[in-house]
Design a protein around this ligand. Structure first.
Ligand SMILES: Nc1ncnc2c1ncn2[C@@H]1O[C@H](COP(=O)(O)OP(=O)(O)O)[C@@H](O)[C@H]1O
Ligand SMILES: [Mg+2]
Ligand SMILES: [Zn+2]
Length: 281
């Protein structure tokens, strides 16, 4: 029996240009052109007409080589950067039809604080090293309008426990933590507002292999326990293979191929994806 999946996030035609832009930027860049730099005006087209839908509770993978536009996509969705064009709709905002990119900064802040969590590659982008571990989680709770001190403390402790940060370290400063432990604190913080959508950008890149495996397990467990929809971005097909139900392959700012992860791994359609798959076997 097919179950109708709720769409929690819809992205349509998202483009992000760095540079002055000209009428030909989008058509003269991309996989076919073999570049993300417009030959006419030298604008960098970091994202070029990216579209996808994220279903509730699924993990959607975005894979592609360095410079393909993955981080830019995530930064636009978290409003760290302004998308140049395109639409982004959250089911939990404005009947699911309002374009988040076109909202006031106040409304975007609401979306970011209540509907989104983000985990950056560099833990120190997401957490403050000189706030305690608990304080970092508390900060996100405050932005999500949880003000009761004992409620904050309890919830922070529960989240840190969930991400396997020893409670004895709750009042310690992440500056002194290992990379893996910092990443766990960042994940706890990202989950604090119980977001329907979690964005994860190269979360295990730079961690030791054994630590990497444990963090990937943790992410999978959290997704299964909490049913949060996740956008998992990685240059590493191994990470995508472990986590993602469906995968989009990006190159030069565009989505080249999109489908079930198993299908993409077993029967890649594009030459680029074939190379990517074979290079990781
Ligand atoms: N702030 C910026 N200014 C100019 N170019 C940028 C900026 N951020 C990213 N880029 C360029 O956008 C393209 C996509 O980068 P990025 O999204 O970081 O790719 P990925 O995460 O896939 O490695 C690259 O060509 C990169 O150099
Ligand atoms: Mg990146
Ligand atoms: Zn141009």
């Amino acid at each position: 029996m097919a179950v109708e999946q709720e769409i929690v996030l819809t992205v349509r035609n998202l483009s992000k240009l760095y540079g002055p832009g000209c009428p030909d930027c989008l058509s003269l860049t991309g996989p076919e052109a073999g570049t993300n730099i417009c030959p006419r005006c030298h604008t960098i087209v970091a994202c070029n007409g990216v579209s996808f839908e994220l279903e509730s509770g699924e993990i959607l993978g975005i894979v592609g080589e360095s410079g393909s536009g993955k981080s830019t996509l995530v930064r636009c969705l978290y409003f760290d950067e302004d998308a140049t064009s395109g639409e982004c709709c959250f089911s939990a905002f404005g009947d699911g039809r309002a374009n988040a990119f076109a909202q006031t900064s106040q409304a975007r802040r609401y979306i970011r604080n209540h509907l989104l969590g983000i985990v950056y590659q560099n833990p120190l982008m997401g957490i403050k090293p000189h706030f305690t571990a608990g304080g970092n989680v508390a900060e996100k709770l405050l932005t999500a309008d949880v003000y009761n001190v004992s409620a904050i403390r309890q919830r922070a402790a529960a989240l840190l426990e969930r991400t396997e940060v020893p409670l004895a370290r709750m009042d310690d400063f992440p500056a002194h933590f290992s990379g893996g432990m910092q990443q766990r604190v960042q994940i706890a913080k990202a989950l604090a507002n119980n977001p329907p959508v979690l964005l994860l950008d190269e979360v295990t890149t730079g961690l030791d292999v054994s630590v990497q495996a444990r963090v990937l397990d943790l992410i999978k467990e959290i997704q299964q326990d909490l049913g949060i929809a996740m956008l998992v971005v990685s240059h590493d097909l191994g990470v995508i293979r472990i986590l993602a139900d469906r995968t989009a392959v990006m190159q030069h700012g565009q989505v080249l191929e999109f489908g079930l992860t198993d299908q993409i791994l077993e029967d890649p359609q594009h030459r680029y994806t074939q190379l990517l798959v074979h290079s990781t076997l």
